[in-house]
Write a protein that binds this ligand. Structure first.
Ligand code: GLA
Length: 396
C-alpha cells in the first residue's frame, strides 16, 4: 500500500522555483543518500513546476526541457532509483501549470502513461488555471484513475490549496495526500497560520491519505523562491518541524541540501521527531487547550494596562502514539515568554487516578521524571516544548 505513513522527501520548489536542471537533481539525490536523509525516511525526490517545454510534441505528449534535462526523465529517474530513492514529478489539473507550462486537463491518461514510462513514483498535481466549467472532484478522480490505469504504483499528491474542502473527499478519490492550504512562505507568520488553519482538520488524515500542510521551509534562511518577510530563528524552524511531526503530516523538505546548516540537518533527522510523525497508528494530536497569554506591557501608553493579553497564543496538545507512548506539546505563538498550564486532569488523568506521566524532553533528551496533578513549563516566545511520555503510578 502506498503512503502507509506520512510521505517524506524533498521538493525543488521552495528553493529553486524554475531554476531546476538534471545535475541539480542528481546532486540532491546524492546528498539525500550520503547525508543520512534517505536512511532517516526521506524517500521521494520530487521535481516541481517548470521542467517541461512550453508545447507538447506532435503526439500530444509532455516534453522535458532539453536545456534543463538533456538526458530526459527516464535517465534521471534511473539515477534517482539507483540511490535507493523514489522519483516524483509535477503536473496540474488545469489547462496550464501555475508557472504557465502545459498541464494535464483533458490529457490525464496520456500524461499518466508518460510519467509511468519514465519511472515516476509520485505525482504532485496542482490546481492552477482550472476551467470554470470543470468539476474539481471529478478531475482529481480522473487523474487518480489515469495513474491507476498505468499499473505502476504512483503516489498521488493532490495540491488543491484547501479549496472545495478537500479534507472531506480527497481520500475518496484515491489521493494519498492533499494540500490543505495556500503556499507556505519562509517566515514565522506563514507556517503558524497554516498550522492554525488546520486545527479542525488534523483528524482528516490517516494511513493512505494525509493532510499536506505544504513543504517545509526549515533551514532556508530566507534564501530561495519563497523567502518573504523576516527570516526564521532556529527555534521558529524547530517549531515548524515539530508541529508538522506532531500533526503527523507529510515531511517534504524544501531547503538547499547542498549547504544546509548542520543544526537543521540534525533537526530534520531527529529520530524522536520523525518517530512521532511516522507513528504507525497515525492518530491526530488532541488539542487540550487553546489559550491566551498575559505578558507585561512595560511602557503602557495612556489608557493601557501594564500588562497585555495576547489572544489564542498558547496551545497544548496530547497525542497517543503506539506502544504505550504519548507526545505532549506546549506551543507559545506569542512574542512573550510564558508559563503554559496543563492540569493532567485535562488530558484524562485526574488526581484520583493515582497515575502520573514519566516525561522526557524531546529537544534536550533530558529525563524530567514523574509529573502528576499538573505540569506547567515556561516556554519562551515563538517556541515550544515537546515531551515523550509514558503512564506510570504516581507513587511506587
Ligand atoms: C502552486 C503550488 C506550489 C508550487 C507552485 C509551482 O503555487 O501550490 O506548491 O507547486 O504552484 O508553480
Amino acid at each position: 500500500m502506498i503512503a502507509q505513513r506520512p510521505p517524506m522527501g524533498w521538493n525543488s520548489w521552495n528553493t529553486f522555483g524554475d531554476k531546476i536542471n538534471d545535475s541539480l537533481i542528481r546532486e540532491m539525490a546524492d546528498l539525500m543518500a550520503e547525508k543520512g536523509y534517505r536512511d532517516a525516511g526521506y524517500e521521494y525526490l520530487v521535481i516541481d513546476d517548470c521542467w517541461s517545454l512550453r508545447e507538447r510534441d506532435a503526439e500530444g505528449r509532455l516534453v522535458p526541457d532539453p536545456q534543463k534535462f538533456p538526458h530526459g526523465m527516464k535517465d534521471l529517474a534511473d539515477y534517482v532509483h539507483s540511490k535507493g530513492l523514489k522519483f516524483g514529478m509535477y503536473s496540474c489539473a488545469g489547462v496550464m501549470t501555475c508557472a504557465g507550462y502545459p498541464s494535464s486537463y483533458d490529457h490525464e491518461f496520456v500524461d499518466a502513461e508518460t510519467f509511468a514510462s519514465w519511472g515516476v513514483d509520485f505525482l504532485k498535481y496542482d490546481f492552477c488555471h482550472f476551467p470554470e466549467t470543470g468539476d474539481c472532484r471529478t478531475r482529481y478522480q480522473t487523474m487518480s484513475m489515469a495513474l491507476k490505469s498505468t499499473g505502476r504504483d504512483i503516489l498521488f499528491s493532490a495540491c488543491n490549496w484547501g479549496q472545495h474542502e478537500p479534507w472531506y473527499w480527497m481520500r475518496s478519490v484515491g489521493a494519498h495526500m492533499y494540500r490543505s492550504t495556500g503556499d507556505i512562505m519562509d517566515n514565522y507568520i506563514s507556517f503558524t497560520d497554516i498550522f492554525k488553519s488546520q486545527l479542525n482538520n488534523l483528524g482528516m488524515s490517516a494511513n493512505g491519505c494525509f493532510n499536506d500542510m505544504d513543504m517545509l521551509t526549515v533551514g532556508m534562511g530566507g534564501k530561495g523562491n519563497v523567502g518573504l518577510g523576516k527570516v526564521c530563528t532556529y527555534e521558529e524552524y524547530r517549531m515548524q518541524f515539530a508541529l508538522w511531526c506532531l500533526a503527523g503530516v507529510p515531511l517534504m523538505m524544501g531547503a538547499d541540501l547542498r549547504n544546509l546548516d548542520p543544526r537543521y540537518l540534525a533537526l530534520m533527522q531527529n529520530r524522536d521527531l520523525i518517530r512521532i510523525d511516522q507513528d504507525e497508528e497515525c492518530r491526530p494530536p488532541y488539542l487540550i487547550r487553546k489559550g491566551n497569554i498575559t505578558a507585561s506591557n512595560p511602557n503602557p501608553k495612556e489608557g493601557e494596562y501594564p500588562w497585555r493579553e495576547i489572544k489564542d497564543a498558547s496551545f497544548t496538545f496530547f497525542r497517543h502514539l503506539s506502544h504505550g507512548e504519548f507526545a505532549l506539546a506546549y506551543v507559545n505563538m506569542s512574542d512573550a515568554e510564558s508559563r503554559i498550564h496543563c492540569e493532567l486532569v485535562d488530558l484524562g488523568l485526574p488526581v484520583s487516578s493515582g497515575m502520573a506521566l514519566e516525561i522526557r524532553d524531546v529537544f534536550t533528551g533530558e529525563q524530567l521524571g514523574k509529573k502528576a496533578d499538573y505540569f506547567n513549563p515556561v516556554v519562551p516566545g515563538h517556541d515550544m516544548k515537546l515531551y515523550l511520555c509514558r503512564l506510570t503510578k504516581a507513587r511506587e
